[in-house]
Design a protein around this ligand. Structure first.
Ligand SMILES: Nc1ncnc2c1ncn2[C@@H]1O[C@H](COP(=O)(O)OP(=O)(O)O)[C@@H](O)[C@H]1O
Ligand SMILES: [Mg+2]
Length: 373
């Protein structure tokens, strides 16, 4: 008997088919909610961290009632996407500008692509994008699809316009198979929850039989998060290998000081001595086993300082209060932001608010709204 094996990369279409449930695209109602959510989160990520007060417009309209086709349009006033990057961010799975240590909502470079693939698999219509980055002379318009065998964007159409009024932002329109009746409630709740936690944003929504104007309640925004370096306890072997590849000529002491959060000369030296590695050795000379040893020691060393928390951007009690009072119509709100803490070198901040009275309905069990970034 002969056995033959064939090797091949998993085509994107197949990958999408296998993962759509986890990503929230298992049926038309869920997919509609998830599409709104992915697009709105990207809009918030393109505004808030850059100190721009978000103006977001969301529009859902029926395109073909019998087939359950809807168009979903989301527009923002964010930093926009450089023209030459538009095809990639919409048409290449795992392509993102957010692989940095900084707080934001999207992390896997997947959101938009899931939306495009879902649209393709149900209506086969391209996604339409209009975007201009800050101070750009041009506005770019693309119609894009994904080549699901090659994981590459297909440019169906591209146009450029003069950006006379220096508009910046992004507008995206997709046509998907959806279910408005069964997603309406969830979409409404999602938008309201978003407004509670970001009362400095202005969100206008219009759906087939519903409008929602979530007005800006304050112009105060949390301080934008800074970009950070990883904490020595938080990295894995692969990350350190990559760092070494980029800094082959550095000594171990330099490697630690330049690439990690809150590691100064004295601390780097003390650690390396404790780990049995010479501080003056060249990083590029470490063997694979030594790299594994280094990472193990980094994870177990007690002497590191607590990670910095300035790449987090807590809302703060004042904003939580404004959000809960205005959107929930609460009579009273108590809010706290706790001191930064960390787990395995990853800093986090816990914030909580209790709201009651006013328009909050009387119920047996309190309503719990949980947010995680
Ligand atoms: N509304 C937007 N404004 C500016 N940039 C955007 C917007 N939407 C998406 N992008 C860019 O496209 C990239 C990919 O988005 P996405 O696929 O949702 O992945 P993620 O949000 O995880 O990075 C983002 O990292 C960002 O650079
Ligand atoms: Mg995203």
């Amino acid at each position: 008997m002969t056995v033959t094996y064939s090797y091949e990369a998993l085509p994107v279409a197949e990958w999408f088919r296998r993962n759509r449930e986890i990503a929230g695209f298992q049926n038309p109602a869920r997919a509609m909610y998830q599409t709104v959510r992915e697009l709105v989160e990207n809009s918030l990520d393109a505004t808030e961290p850059y100190g721009i007060l978000p103006n977001i417009i969301v529009r859902i309209s029926a395109v073909d009632e019998t087939r359950g086709w809807f168009s979903i349009y989301v527009e923002d006033n964010g930093v926009g996407i450089p023209g030459n990057e538009i095809p990639n961010v919409f048409g290449r799975v795992f392509y993102s500008s957010k692989y940095k240590i900084k707080q934001h909502r999207g992390v896997f470079g997947l959101g938009l692509k899931m939306v495009v693939l879902y649209a393709q698999s149900t209506t086969n219509r391209p996604i339409a994008v209009r975007s201009a980055s800050v101070r750009s002379d041009k506005i770019y318009e693309y119609k894009l699809m994904i080549d699901t065998t090659k994981n590459e964007p297909i440019i169906v159409d591209v146009r450029e316009f003069e950006n006379k009024y220096k508009w910046h932002g992004t507008a995206v329109k997709v046509t998907i198979e959806g279910n408005w009746l069964n997603s309406k409630k969830r979409i409404e709740e999602y938008l309201k929850r978003t407004a509670i936690i970001s009362p400095y944003s202005e969100i206008y929504f219009s759906g087939p039989d519903m409008e929602l104007a979530l007005k800006r309640r304050t112009t105060k925004m949390p301080p934008p998060p800074k970009e950070g370096l990883p904490h020595p306890k938080s990295v894995d072997v692969d990350t350190v290998k990559q760092m070494i590849a980029d800094n082959r000529g550095a000594t171990l002491i330099e490697l630690l000081m330049n690439n990690f959060d809150r590691v100064g000369e004295g601390l780097a030296k003390a650690f390396l001595e404790w780990a049995g590695l010479s501080p003056t050795r060249k990083a590029g000379g470490l063997t694979q086993e030594e790299i594994v040893h280094l990472v193990e020691k980094m994870k177990t060393y007690d002497g590191w300082l607590r990670p910095r928390a300035d790449w987090l951007s807590p809302a703060g009690p004042e904003l939580l209060e404004v959000g809960a009072k205005s959107i929930l119509g609460a009579e009273a709100v108590f809010a706290v932001t706790r001191k930064p803490s960390s787990y395995s070198g990853h800093p986090f901040i816990v914030e909580a608010a209790i709201a009651w009275g006013g328009q909050i309905p009387l119920v047996d069990k309190p309503i719990l709204l949980r947010y995680a970034n």
